[in-house]
Structures are given as structure tokens and as C-alpha cells.
Ligand binder design. Structure first.
Ligand SMILES: *Cc1c(COP(=O)(O)O)cnc(C)c1O
Length: 451
């Protein structure tokens, strides 16, 4: 009988995260203080973030970083996640490709975000922090952080993008069930929110506006740290448990991927599955291809500019060297809320410059067509974000069919879509559309880049 699912025994779970920065030939650029343009130290960053996370952010030396015992113990509640061979999808596509997916949707929080929420809250607790705050787009990060905060006895306040709060009301309820306080962004409770609403009273919010508000709360509240669910190096670091497990599981399946694919918001689930495999390209000259799938309405990887830019709308964050559409970029109201972010993490940005990976942009309707086919074949309803990875994988599988070659494709299923059913409702009723963005629009936001 064909084996469909591969699971690791507890004794084979990773005890260290993989830090690709240490192995990169061209190191990613450092975050700069926006006022002085000087590189920031871990001490500087720790005004906003946990100190241990700040150190991990800048660590370009240690390839392997120990996962604290207490975090390993919590990981064991839901890891390993299954590696699955998508036989039914292969059959439906009539492709010679072997398609595997790593199923990060099976933990009770429903996405990969919990992999970083747990260590971030653990470090905050260790360092004497009592409150954490954050932004959330679609709500997966907010939900994961709300739960992780409870695990370590921290208070949690979340700014959720106003648009997704309306699109996905259940996610705010999930966060409040875990005991977090939730506010729609832009809000009138911070200076940043007031400024944004004064300029544009109908602003439906973005990850950029919510980050500004959360950072403002963190810097004006005693014993409060800001946490981020994507973009930053330490977040991708924590997510490498995905790829480290997948490497062993692919071995159990007797295969090695020719292409590794993930959807791309800020880069954490992409880095999580890709970096452990990419180390073999860097160190041993393997030729695996890495594909990051972004919405064509928010195309920073394929059409953005490489520049120092802010991570948020109000300009509170350090300046980061990244592919960006400009920190004021207003993405269309697509349903993949977690992918509506203007910039890419600095590691990924450097990897693109070095030709170690590539971006691909996909229209909204194609992503839901892919997600629906996946649901009907594999029985899992994917998150709208994950549908981008599925669509990119299907494109590759159909290429294999055309060329008559059999490649091994591995994608990350970053989350399930059970809280996103209104999006599927719109798709099935024919109410969804594609959004495009013109070069002119992109240019207009880039004029705001810090000089
Ligand atoms: C947040 C999220 C993403 C996008 O964030 P990355 O940091 O790019 O991974 C993708 N999928 C799901 C399910 C998410 O919750």
C-alpha cells in the first residue's frame, strides 16, 4: 500500500532552530536607526522586542540555536506536523509530479504562527515582561499570540486590521476567548491611529497601520513588549522547525524536493520550510528551486524595489533593507489578509538578490480555484493565504505534465480556512474578482521611501 502520511517520533523532533544568516555568503543588511542612520544593536532593539529575540535577530554567526526545553515541551503538544503525499491532487491534475505538503494547519490554532508565538512569549516571561502587544491581519497571529500569552501568564493586547475584523469576525472572538483584548486598526486609541484616520477617515487598515499602533502601545506602557508574527529574522528562525521536520520526513518518503514552495506575506512560513533545504544549496551546491507565492495585488517580490524602508505605516520601526512597495502602500481588499504587507524580510530580500530563490505573483481567482480543487481532492479547506502556495504548486505540476518530467514538489500548507468560509462563499457565488496594481500606483507609493 502507498504510504500517504509521514510523522516523526518525539525523539526525532528538532532541538535547535536553523539560522541561515550564519551560512549566507552575502549577509543581510542591518536594521538602522531612522534618526541617526546607524546600525541598531540588540540593546537598542530590546526597547521594543524581547532581548533574546533581539539577539537572534542580529545573529549572523551561529547556524544552530538551541530551542529552550520549555518551548520544546510545548511544541510536543502538536509537533511533528504531518508530511502528506497529495495523491488525490496529483490524480486530478494528471501530473507525473510527486506532490508533498507539510500540514501546519493541524494544530488547534490552525496555522504555523504558534511556532513563533510560543518562544516569543517564553522569552518575554523569562525577562520579566508582563504584557505583550501585536498587530494581526487575518487574525492567525493574534490568535496564536493570545494563546501563547496565556500559556506563560502574560496580558495580551492585539490591534487587528479593521477590514479583516469585519471579514473574519470569528478570529476576534477566538482571541477574546483566549483572554486577549482586541481593537480594530486604525483606532482612535493611539496617536498613530488618530493621525491615519485624520488623513483618511475611511482607511480600512493594513498590517502597517496595526504595527504602528502596537509599537506605540508597547513603547508607552511599562513592562510591555511588542511581538511580530512575520517579516523579522527571529520569526523565520523559529519557523525552521517546519523545514527541519520536513527534511527528515522526506527522507522517510525516500525523496528529496526539486522545488520547495510557500506563500509569502512577510516570509516566515516560507523561510520556515525553505531555509533548512536551502542550506544544502549554499553549502553543498544542491540545485533545489525555491518559490515564494505572493498575491499579484501586493507584489513586493516580483515588482517591488530594494531599498531601506519602514516596516510600518507611521514610521516607528527601524529602517530595514528589503524589497518593498513603500510603507504607505494600500493593498486591495483581497481575502488573504496575511499577505497584504508591503515588504519582505531582509533575509529573503538578500536571497532574491543572490538568485537563491524567486517570487511568483498570482491573481486572487486562481488562488481560490486552486484551494477549492485541493479541498475537493485532499479534504482540507486551506487558508486563503495557503491557496497561493497551492496555486503555485499546481502551475509547477502542470509544467511537469507538459514537459513529461517527474519532479518532486513540496509546499507548505500554512493554515486551514475554516474561519475563512465567507471568502469561499464569495468565490462560490461568483462575487470574487481579481485586483491588479499598475506600475504608476506602485511608483506613487515609492516616492515616500526614506531618503
Ligand atoms: C500569517 C500567515 C501567512 C503569511 O505570513 P508569512 O510570515 O509570510 O508566513 C500565511 N499563511 C497563513 C495561514 C498565515 O496565518
Amino acid at each position: 500500500m502507498k504510504q500517504k502520511k509521514f510523522i516523526l517520533e518525539e525523539k526525532d523532533l528538532p532541538t535547535q532552530w536553523y539560522n541561515i544568516q550564519a551560512d549566507m555568503v552575502h549577509k543581510p543588511g542591518l536594521p538602522l536607526n531612522p534618526a541617526t542612520r546607524q546600525p541598531l544593536s540588540a540593546e537598542d532593539l530590546s526597547h521594543i522586542f524581547a532581548y533574546e529575540c533581539s539577539k537572534q535577530e542580529l545573529d549572523q554567526e551561529h547556524a544552530w540555536i538551541d530551542i529552550p526545553e520549555e518551548v520544546q515541551e510545548k511544541y510536543r503538544f502538536y509537533r511533528s506536523t504531518p508530511l502528506v503525499r497529495a495523491y488525490e491532487l496529483e490524480k486530478a491534475l494528471d501530473t507525473p509530479a510527486h506532490i508533498y505538503f507539510k500540514n501546519e494547519s493541524v494544530n488547534p490554532l490552525g496555522s504555523h504562527k504558534i511556532n513563533s508565538a510560543l518562544p516569543q512569549c517564553y522569552y518575554c516571561k523569562q525577562e520579566g515582561t508582563t504584557n505583550v502587544t501585536t498587530e494581526t491581519g487575518a487574525g492567525q497571529w493574534g490568535a496564536a499570540l493570545s494563546y501563547a500569552a496565556k500559556v506563560y501568564g502574560l496580558e495580551c493586547a492585539v490591534y487587528q486590521v479593521k477590514l479583516t475584523m469585519q471579514q473574519k469576525p470569528y478570529r476576534s472572538l477566538i482571541m477574546r476567548t483566549f483572554g486577549a483584548s482586541v481593537e480594530g486598526s486604525p483606532s482612535m486609541s493611539t496617536r498613530a491611529g488618530k493621525d491615519i484616520l485624520t488623513k483618511d477617515p475611511t482607511h480600512s487598515g493594513s498590517l502597517g497601520t496595526a504595527i504602528s499602533e502596537a509599537i506605540e502601545l508597547a513603547t508607552t506602557t511599562p513592562n510591555c513588549k511588542y511581538t511580530l508574527g512575520s517579516v523579522l529574522n527571529h520569526v523565520s528562525l523559529h519557523q525552521t522547525v517546519i523545514g527541519l521536520e520536513a527534511e527528515k520526513q522526506m527522507e522517510m518518503a525516500g525523496e528529496y524536493p526539486d522545488k520547495v514552495i510557500a506563500c509569502f506575506g512577510g516570509g516566515s512560513n516560507f523561510g520556515g520550510i525553505a531555509f533548512p533545504f536551502m542550506r544544502h544549496n549554499i553549502l553543498e551546491g544542491r540545485k533545489t528551486e525555491f518559490i515564494a507565492a505572493e498575491p499579484n495585488s501586493c507584489p513586493k517580490l516580483t515588482r517591488g524595489t530594494f531599498a531601506y524602508d519602514f516596516g510600518d505605516e507611521a514610521g516607528y520601526t527601524p529602517l530595514l533593507p528589503m524589497f518593498t512597495l513603500g510603507h504607505g502602500f494600500k493593498p486591495s481588499n483581497i481575502h488573504a489578509g496575511g499577505l497584504r504587507y508591503h515588504g519582505a524580510g531582509v533575509i529573503v530580500s538578500q536571497l532574491i538578490k543572490d538568485g537563491l530563490m524567486q517570487g511568483v505573483d498570482i491573481p486572487q481567482l486562481e488562488t481560490f480555484e486552486a484551494g477549492t480543487l485541493f479541498a475537493r481532492t485532499e479534504g482540507i479547506i486551506p487558508a486563503p493565504e495557503s491557496c497561493h502556495a497551492i496555486a503555485a504548486t499546481i502551475r509547477e505540476a502542470l509544467k511537469c505534465k507538459e514537459e513529461g518530467t517527474s519532479k518532486v514538489l513540496l509546499f507548505n500548507l500554512s493554515g486551514h480556512g475554516l474561519i475563512d468560509m465567507p471568502s469561499y462563499d464569495s468565490f462560490i457565488s461568483g462575487d470574487l474578482c481579481n485586483y491588479t496594481v499598475t506600475d504608476q500606483e506602485i511608483q506613487s507609493y515609492l516616492t515616500d521611501l526614506p531618503k
